[in-house]
Design a protein around this ligand. Structure first.
Ligand SMILES: [Zn+2]
Length: 386
């Protein structure tokens, strides 16, 4: 068993010799440690504060050294101490979760021991604890635009509306003509879009384009089912609008259509007023301004009382107290004429339609400054909605 020797010679050579002996003793003892109890007494022998070998080094080497040798002795002990501590810790790791990396370099391991050790690693790898909880895979959250779209749809679903969808690549007929935008009508200029190339041979109404609104699905729905109709249509639309803080060439809309007997403008106002209260809170007010859309008559722009200042006037509402939110109106009889054969006789049924920009509502709800933030995919922005 190793005991710390007293030093008679404090020369660097003598100190080196003493440190080498100590190291050799440590390596020798490590080999005898095979279980946890042995490791504990091994650890105490070297590291115990009271009587461990490191403590003895201080007492027998440093404290008794002549003043002129103290510096060298101190340096020597400072090299030995972390080495010993590391060896003791390595030994614990090796016993608990053996991996080859924690074996200190320089230690010779007999072949038989190495083989046994490799077997332990293999067993360790194959160990499966079926009582452990599974590894969670975060599934992420809905994008804010999708979330707002779902919220809007849910409000109308609760009022008995069904949900429909239509193609993003649409014909001129559904996107414009059947919605009362005749060829060369100036209203088409406000909804310029991308046209699919190489269709010159087709009749104008069959030419394909990226839809500029979700309204074509109104016609598609009425072609599929006779009145009554109550439907909301969420979807992506495209317009030749330059990108700025509130406009994007690609954005999302939720379209709504209700057709039945005796549907009046009062129904339109009541429905949208209820929807806005559901989306922004019960204190929000609505008002309607005359407007123009080819497929509704009369048409209106709906405004909501400013959700930031409650109508008192602030920078966000340009001190008007109101924010313009969506377009709506009573379905134009000319539109019904396109689906007359399916029971939409404008002398018998009436209806209203509306369309709202999802990003516009998301910008208000979440106070987002720039519409681009929704499309850039920057996680620093998106994770706020997680
Ligand atoms: Zn305001």
């Amino acid at each position: 068993m190793y005991t710390v020797p007293k030093l008679a010679d404090y020369s660097p050579e003598a100190l080196k010799r003493a440190a080498d002996e100590l190291e050799a003793a440590l390596n020798d003892q490590i080999r005898r440690v095979t279980n946890e109890d042995e490791w504990k007494s091994f650890r105490d022998r070297w590291l115990s504060r009271k009587n461990g070998i490191l403590t003895r080094l201080n007492e027998l080497w440093l404290k008794t050294a002549p003043p002129e040798a103290r510096k060298e002795v101190g340096k020597c002990i400072n090299r030995v101490r972390p080495f010993v501590e590391q060896r003791v810790e390595d030994q614990r790791l090796w016993m608990q979760a053996p991996t080859i990396e924690v074996v200190s370099p320089g230690i010779e391991v007999p072949a038989a021991e190495l083989e046994q050790y490799a077997r332990r690693i293999q067993l360790e790898k194959e160990k499966l604890d079926i009582t452990l909880p599974g590894i969670p895979h975060p599934i992420g959250v809905k994008h804010p635009v999708l979330r707002v779209m779902d919220e809007i749809v849910a409000v109308f679903k609760a009022m008995g509306y069904s949900v429909g969808e239509g193609p993003e690549v649409e014909t001129d007929y559904y996107n414009f003509e059947s919605l009362n935008f005749p060829p060369n009508h100036p209203a088409r200029d406000t909804q310029d879009t991308l046209f699919i190339a190489g269709q010159e041979g087709k009749p104008a109404r069959d030419r394909l384009l990226l839809r500029t609104h979700t309204s074509p699905v109104q016609i598609r729905t009425m072609e599929q089912q006779p009145p009554p109709v109550r439907i909301v249509i969420p979807g992506k639309v495209h317009r030749n609008d330059p990108l700025d803080a509130t406009h994007s060439p690609v954005f999302h809309q939720v379209e709504g259509l209700a057709v039945d007997t005796n549907i009046t403008f009062c129904d339109l106002k009541g429905t949208l007023d209820h929807a806005m209260k559901a989306l922004f809170g019960s204190s929000v007010k609505t008002r309607f301004y005359p407007s123009f859309f080819p497929f509704t008559e009369p048409s209106a722009d709906m405004q909501v009382s400013c959700i930031f200042c409650g109508g008192k006037g602030c920078r966000k509402c340009k001190f008007s107290g109101w924010i313009e939110l969506l377009g709506c109106g009573m379905v134009d009889p000319n539109v019904f004429d396109f689906v007359k054969q399916n029971g939409y006789d404008s002398s018998k049924v009436s209806g209203f339609a509306f369309g709202m920009g999802v990003e516009r509502i998301a910008i208000l709800k979440y106070e987002v400054e720039e519409i681009q933030l929704f499309y850039e995919g920057d996680v620093r922005f998106l994770e706020q909605f997680a």
